[in-house]
Design a protein around this ligand. Structure first.
Ligand code: EPU
Length: 424
């Protein structure tokens, strides 16, 4: 079946949205449950294909998983895990599957996994993960696409990351919580989703401290308990919806948005001329768009910088801003593929290496476009809402992987958008 999303020129988006749990927090939190022996309950679980893949992955190891979509809860009993093998059919579905390597090594001293898949955003190697585990005493052999890892006991050591990789920080942390002694991760990623994992691991009984600006210190413990945890709200879904409101000149309320973790993004929106009001205690955003947005320039950076995952959606909104925006992607070497699709809609964008220069135009036009990754898809939905005529977007499996019901949410805000596919 040809799956697509159809989008028509929409009135200004208005309304209040309940955000989903964070995609980039839930996947690693689910992986971290391997460290425990018992029944854990996660709430505020987003419904997306990646979550379903991670459920299948845990089940393939022997875990008992009950997923209640109505209450958005997931109960995972890891006491029955007996396998450390994950084949390519599951591993290739998403890059986040590599996050089981640390927990499997920590609990079982071995792992037998295929190399991961995921969005194509350049090379996306896993060398930091492998080198760090090797320094902790793990040995690796690779046959074809299968990685065999073995570690009789993991050593607590200092890790100095050449780049603050989110996944490597998470994987090292999960491997280190059961390693005897003191581990330090220097130049660690401190994304809010990493900190949600820290909270989960602490609930399990792990001893973890953060030292400014970006060092994580872990004192190994001998065992960890099962937990209950409410997954943080998705700042990237919040950003996507705000940009959809921005491009249509609308106003929306996101009472659960983790505003405190979105300051660089929100300050750029203010620089564009939009109005942003914060809720109490860093939670909740009330957004009102200007009818004359101005161009702004930015580069993507590890947290607390501008998130790469909002680069494409932000670019879509800047296509209709007055003036010239210069956008520099520093996190991935291949995350400007959406430019070609935005150009089909009339956007004036020139790419030079990792830099996109966007000259604001008065109008965008509906076109047949293809999503090349989750956030590229989000950018095209945003552009489609403001474009004249109909936009049809294929490549919707990317949207289904990473967003929980983004189409009905936009429709409820008055977006003229419809999904032509089966829910995952
Ligand atoms: N990198 C390496 N070697 C490694 C690991 C990473 O060179 O061993 C490079 C990557 O190739 C990339 C950069 O470091 O160029 C950043 O990668 P990072 O490890 O930080 O990203 P990740 O853990 O693979 C997570 C999110 C991504 C998000 C990035 C950056 C999850 C499941 N994924 O990926 O989310 O872009 O952090 O914030 O948490 C998305 O949501 O659309 C998405 C791609």
């Amino acid at each position: 079946m040809n799956e697509y999303i159809a989008i028509e020129t929409s009135p200004s988006l208005q309304g209040t949205v309940d955000l989903a749990g964070a995609k980039n927090a839930i996947l690693v939190i689910m992986a971290s449950l391997i460290l425990t022996r018992g029944k854990s309950t996660l709430s505020n679980v987003p419904y997306s294909e990646d979550v379903l893949h991670m459920i299948r992955l845990l089940e393939s190891l022997g875990a008992q998983v009950v997923h209640d979509e109505e209450t958005k809860t997931l109960t995972v009993d890891t006491s029955s895990i007996s396998s450390v093998h994950i084949g390519p059919d599951i591993m290739k579905k998403m890059r986040a599957s590599i996050l089981v390597l640390g927990p499997l090594l920590a609990r079982f001293g071995k792992a037998d996994v295929a190399l991961p898949g995921g969005c194509v955003l350049g090379m996306r190697p896993i060398d930091y993960h492998i080198k760090s585990f090797a320094k902790m005493g793990a040995t690796f052999t690779q046959s074809n696409d299968l990685l065999h890892a073995q570690a009789n006991s993991l050593k607590a050591i200092d890790h100095i990351l050449a780049y603050p990789s989110v996944g490597a920080t998470e994987n090292i942390m999960m491997a280190a919580v059961l390693a005897k002694g003191s581990t330090r991760i220097i130049n660690a990623a401190i994304e809010p989703e990493v900190l949600d994992l820290v909270e989960v691991l602490r609930k399990m009984g792990a001893r973890i401290e953060l030292e400014a600006p970006a060092t994580i210190i872990i004192e190994g413990v001998s065992s960890l308990e099962s937990i209950n945890h409410h997954v943080m709200y998705d700042r990237l879904e919040a950003g996507t919806l705000i940009l959809a409101a921005a491009i249509t000149g609308g106003g929306i309320a996101l009472p659960t948005a983790p505003a405190a973790s979105m300051t660089v993004f929100l300050s750029l929106l203010e620089e564009m001329g939009h109005e942003v009001t914060f809720g109490l205690q860093g939670q909740g955003i009330f957004f009102k768009a200007t009818s004359h947005p101005r161009a702004v320039s930015f580069k993507t950076m590890p947290y607390p910088g501008f998130p790469t995952d909002l680069q494409a959606p932000m670019m879509a909104a800047l296509c209709l801003a007055s003036g010239t925006s210069v956008i520099h992607e520093t996190v991935y070497e291949n995350r400007l593929v959406h430019v070609r699709e935005l150009q089909k809609m009339g956007a004036q964008i020139v790419i030079d290496g990792q830099t996109a220069t966007v000259v604001g135009v008065d109008e965008l036009y509906g076109a047949a476009v293809i999503a090349s990754d989750i956030r590229a898809g989000a950018a095209l939905l945003i552009a489609g809402l403001a474009a004249h005529g109909q936009t049809t977007m294929t490549g919707v499996h990317h949207i289904k992987r990473g967003y929980d019901g983004i189409v009905p949410k936009l429709a409820a805000l008055r977006g003229r958008i419809s999904a032509h596919y089966d829910e995952c």
